[in-house]
Design a protein around this ligand. Structure first.
Ligand code: GCU
Length: 349
């Protein structure tokens, strides 16, 4: 349905939103409520949408006389890059954007796109929950018109291809692999020996199906929720990245809230995040079973070290090119060590 909706209708929606942005904030004349538009690129069954529904209920229960939350899933408002731009201008208020995409808007986001930055999901989650680590990055885009109010789990990224199990980096040689539109991801693929093909998420299914690319890399939900499991045969746990999705919000909208409304919205963002995280944990397990049992995808677990060795130079390269990332990189390393120690302690008990 989404794919059919893109093109003429999408253009229509975008032009409408650009027109609306000229007279923002948008108001429903019949009810005098302010409309808050939220765009994302996932289906209505995805944890992200489930988090959004909780956000909508909470705001409408508490501020329903003033605000009308409208959700636009499935790239209805365009690709993530389009939606970030719409959020910057205030044409829409809220967007979910992969951290990958955001590095082209502010280079501080590069840090979370580094491959093998985290050893475990525990360390990744602890780092993302730590205001000392994420605080400045989330606030640092204020002048560009948006800030990050929540982070959503997008699991672990792994390779999946049509006709080859990836066992070692050399298996990627000569394969055209879709990556997100971010310089870090393109460089990562170069280091792994594959041929990086950047494109928006919504185009990946057709690109694999038509043979334009050999595969992609993403979490397990891409196989089920986005149907990629219908067009690939192998999913290989290289576990190369844990890249969060960021919930970005237009600054002018946030500044227009009074103190009481601001507190309610803050609570709603936390509820959205907590709901998404809980739903993620449940759905990712089911997705794996579904992909294996119903879609016929074969899963394999290659040795991680050769992949890690191939891409680790990217850490040094990035820190040399962008030394402002050094303090946060060190803070993340400390967090990873701390969590590793905690986990070792728990295992010994
Ligand atoms: C994940 C992530 C999305 C992102 C997508 C992609 O699904 O949650 O935000 O757009 O990966 O690879 O583009």
């Amino acid at each position: 349905m989404t794919k059919k909706l893109r093109s003429p209708l999408l253009l229509g929606i975008l032009s409408l939103l650009f027109l609306l942005s000229a007279c923002s904030p948008s108001q429903d004349e019949s009810t005098a409520k302010r409309i808050i538009r939220i765009g994302h690129n996932q289906s209505q069954n995805h944890p992200t949408h489930i988090g959004m529904l909780e956000f909508e209920s909470f705001i409408e229960d508490n501020l329903g006389d003033k605000y009308d939350i409208q959700l636009f899933p499935s790239e209805l408002l365009g690709t993530q890059t389009n939606m970030v731009q719409l959020t910057q201008t205030g044409a829409i208020e809220i967007t979910v954007a992969s951290n990958s995409i955001l590095e082209t808007f502010n280079d501080q986001f590069e840090i979370f796109n580094l491959p093998y930055l985290f050893d475990s999901q525990e360390a990744y989650r602890a780092a993302m929950d730590d205001p000392e680590i994420v605080g400045e990055i989330f606030e640092g885009t204020r002048e560009s018109g948006f800030v990050t109010k929540a982070w959503l789990d997008a699991g672990i990224r792994n390779f999946y291809v049509t006709d080859k199990m990836i066992e070692e980096p050399s298996d990627l040689q000569g394969l055209k692999i879709r990556v997100q539109q971010s310089p870090t991801n393109v460089r990562m693929m170069q280091l792994l020996g594959g041929s990086a093909t950047p494109m928006g998420f919504g185009d990946v299914y057709t690109a694999i199906q038509s043979g334009v690319i050999d595969g992609a890399e993403n979490n397990e939900l891409a196989l089920t929720e986005n149907g990629h499991g219908d067009v690939v045969n192998y999913y290989s746990y290289t576990m190369h990245q844990m890249i969060p999705d960021e919930v970005i919000v237009n600054v002018a909208f946030l500044d227009s809230l009074d103190e009481e409304e601001e507190a309610i919205f803050e609570e709603a963002f936390q509820i959205m995040q907590d709901t998404q995280h809980a739903s993620w944990k449940e759905k990712v397990e089911v997705a794996k079973e579904t992909a294996q049992d119903k879609m016929g995808v074969t899963f394999n677990y290659p040795e991680i070290k050769p992949f890690k060795d191939a891409v680790l130079p990217l850490h040094e390269e990035t820190l040399e090119r962008n030394p402002t990332l050094k303090p946060v990189y060190q803070a993340i390393q400390q967090k990873v060590d701390e969590i590793n120690k905690q986990m070792e302690g728990e295992n010994e008990e």
